[in-house]
Design a protein around this ligand. Structure first.
Ligand code: ATP
Ligand code: MG
Ligand code: FE
Length: 353
């Protein structure tokens, strides 16, 4: 089936067209992502109202380009999918309304997609990955371990109790005077830094659960920066390296714990860990996760970088998977700023966490 996917939940306006046959055999026909980095750069983070307006301005153009790149017209589609949540309400409404309008005009079925489910399933577009597996989603808005039991069946095993990991990278970069988004800047500096010069905490590492916390680490970075004189280029590199090392250690410990839980609960002896979200493109983080997966007798799967961050292709793929499996969906679905993947999860503070 041929599917158009639209994503507007945060700060990317994205649309993609795919041909979906079966897991591991999805074909990407087009993938258009329009970021809003410049619009938010001055604020060091995403400003919801600015994001919503930017989505309105470019969504038509982005969808038109995705269709043109695929060489298709709306009549060639079998399904339209758009992110319905979680995310920023203004942005969600833009993508959802656009998707519904296209579906109505072209007389196509429509599916409103959970953004987190799309992240959880993306790896199956290119990899014949069988359920169950463990997802570590680490992005600007989320940091969680999710058991992907089956299509439509997810359990959140652990989440951050404060900042998301990408947010911690962004805030750290901001207080060190580096650019936004902060993750790639911090990674670049860390490559020239000494990770042992500053001893940063490993938050919650010895707590016997899968909870994560990054706010304290950010404070530790601030204190280190304030106490270091001169705070020269080398000192900044050393702080970045120390910060990244702390994160890699914490993720390795928690991933090992989560994989042990996956082994014991599902009886699998080759547990798979899938990493997604912008932070999954960090090489130090990947190495730590790959090590944990190998130690557990399993493997780490990281989708191609383009598919790790927000995109329309993953929304199309999630729609295709649900449609191919015959899962029912509500065509009248409206924007859901908070929409935890596991229906019975307790609502938490902050959007979508
Ligand atoms: P969400 O998907 O949760 O709604 P988002 O749009 O912010 O939020 P992504 O686009 O997946 O998430 O990822 C962006 C985040 O990833 C930013 O916080 C950015 O700093 C971080 N990031 C990107 N590249 C790297 C890297 N190399 N190292 C660390 N962090 C990175
Ligand atoms: Mg983003
Ligand atoms: Fe995302």
């Amino acid at each position: 089936m041929i599917v158009l996917g639209i994503e507007t939940s945060c700060d990317e306006t994205a649309a993609g067209v795919i041909r979906a046959e079966r897991p591991g055999h999805g074909e990407i026909l087009s993938d258009v992502v329009r970021g809003q980095v410049e619009a938010h750069a001055a604020y060091g983070g995403v400003v919801p109202e600015i994001a919503a307006r930017a989505h309105v301005e470019v969504v038509d153009e982005v969808v038109a380009k995705a269709m043109a790149d695929a060489g298709l017209g709306f009549a060639d589609l079998d399904l339209v999918a758009a992110t319905a949540g979680p995310g920023l309400i203004g942005g969600l409404l833009v993508g959802l309304t656009t998707g519904k309008a296209i579906a109505a005009a072209a007389r196509l079925p429509f599916r409103g997609i959970n953004h987190l489910e799309a992240h959880a399933l993306t790896a199956r577009l290119t990899d014949e990955l069988a359920f169950p597996y463990l997802l570590l989603l680490v992005s600007g808005g989320h940091s969680q371990f999710i058991l992907v039991e089956d299509l439509g069946s997810y359990r959140r095993w652990g989440t951050t109790i404060d900042d998301a990991l990408g947010e911690a990278f962004d805030k750290t970069a901001k207080l060190l005077g580096l650019g936004y988004p902060g993750g790639p800047e911090v990674e670049k500096r860390a490559a020239d830094g000494d990770p042992t010069r500053f001893a940063f905490p490993r938050p919650l590492a010895d707590r016997p659960d899968l909870a994560l916390s990054f706010a304290g680490l950010k404070t530790a970075v601030r204190l280190a920066a304030e106490r270091t004189d001169p705070l020269d280029a080398q000192a900044i590199c050393d702080i970045c390296a120390g910060f990244q090392a702390a994160i890699a250690d914490v993720l390795a410990v928690k991933a090992a714990r989560a994989l042990a839980q996956l082994r014991s609960e599902t009886g699998t002896d080759a547990p798979t860990l899938v990493a997604a979200g912008g932070v999954a493109s960090n090489r130090t983080v990947r190495q730590a996760l790959a090590g944990a997966a190998e130690d557990a007798g399993g493997r780490l799967v990281v989708p191609p970088a383009r598919l790790c961050t927000d995109n329309g292709v993953m929304i199309a793929w999630a729609g295709a998977e649900r449609a191919m499996a015959g899962l029912e969906d509500d065509p009248e679905i409206t924007a859901r700023p908070r929409w935890p993947l596991d229906a019975d999860a307790a609502p938490l503070v902050g959007y979508g966490r």
